[in-house]
Design a protein around this ligand. Structure first.
Ligand code: NAD
Length: 268
């Protein structure tokens, strides 16, 4: 790790009055959830032009049901099994030292599981079902329910079954309504960001002294504007990622660097 950047990061954190931690898929990589754009990432196996929009997914259910089942299985199963890693846990300890807001692009719920209290999920959550007409969450899955859906998807991919059978399995991800109002609480390409999470995220970015950006390629907009808003408002932007960055870059994996950073700043 670049020691000048570590000193800059530590000094900024020690005098900060408000910190925003902005996370992407990389913070959960060490919990066994694949990222999207790395060499072994999700989009290599499931191209976004087919899989990243509701319309593409629905049209493929009839023509390529097994491929859709594999895609949804690859999203649901790792998240149903995942536990927070040392990076999530270090972020969870931050609020002992400084008021902290977490803004995440992730849908896995691991920041809350690691103890973070104020978390804005700007791309929604796989754990929730939303009523799109009322704009509210109507159901929250338990880990057992999500694991049972993953098991049903796995069974589907291993047997030769009809598209109709797949639809009945997928229906378990947005139950309790047959009027088309309910769906997984997820933001796909072309959707608006989740509210009020996005408005709160933007306010937090514009009013923090330090933003720690962890494990995001910065290619998904408008989320990727957040570090720019923070920098424009005078905040120090620290970037934790194995890949280089123009910001105050701490090179490495979230599970190693975040605990080191918290220890260096507050000695614990
Ligand atoms: P991305 O795949 O575009 O980028 C991942 C970034 O993480 C890269 O910069 C990579 O170098 C870095 N990285 C890889 N391993 C790391 C580690 N151990 N520690 C720190 N950094 C690491 O992901 P993105 O920028 O978050 O954008 C993808 C979109 O996909 C997001 O909008 C998000 O909603 C969604 N997504 C969510 C999850 C999840 O919920 N866990 C997983 C995949 C994708």
């Amino acid at each position: 790790m670049n020691s000048d950047n570590l000193i800059t990061a530590v000094l900024a954190l020690r005098k900060a009055r408000r910190v925003v931690v902005y996370t992407g898929a990389g913070v959960s990589a060490e919990s066994g959830i694949p990222t999207f754009r790395d060499a072994d990432g999700f989009w290599q196996r499931f191209p976004p032009e087919h899989f990243a929009q509701w319309s593409g997914l629905f049209s493929m259910v009839l023509s390529e049901p097994r491929r859709v089942a594999e895609f949804v299985l690859n999203v649901v199963e790792p998240i149903a099994m995942a536990k927070p890693n040392a990076g999530h846990l270090a972020i969870g300890t931050l609020e002992q030292y400084v008021p902290t807001t977490v803004v995440t692009q992730n849908i896995d719920g691991l920041h809350q599981a690691a103890g973070s209290k104020e978390v804005h999920e700007i791309h929604g959550s796989l754990w929730e079902v939303a009523d799109v007409s009322a704009g509210r969450v109507v159901h929250r899955f338990t880990r057992d329910q999500l694991a049972a859906i993953a098991a049903a998807l796995r069974a589907y991919t291993e047997e030769r079954e009809s598209a109709l059978k797949l639809l009945s399995v997928l229906r378990r991800l947005y139950p309790y309504d047959w009027l088309g109002r309910h769906r997984p609480n997820l933001v796909l390409f072309g959707d608006s960001l989740a509210e009020p999470a996005w408005t709160k995220a933007e306010q937090a970015a514009r009013s923090c002294d330090v933003m720690i950006s962890v494990g995001t390629s910065g290619e998904v907009y408008p989320a990727a504007f957040l570090p720019q808003y923070a920098a424009a408002a005078g905040a120090t932007v620290i970037k934790i990622d194995p890949k280089p960055s123009a910001a105050c870059w701490l090179e490495g994996n979230a599970g190693t660097i975040l605990p080191e950073l918290v220890r260096a700043a507050w000695g614990s």
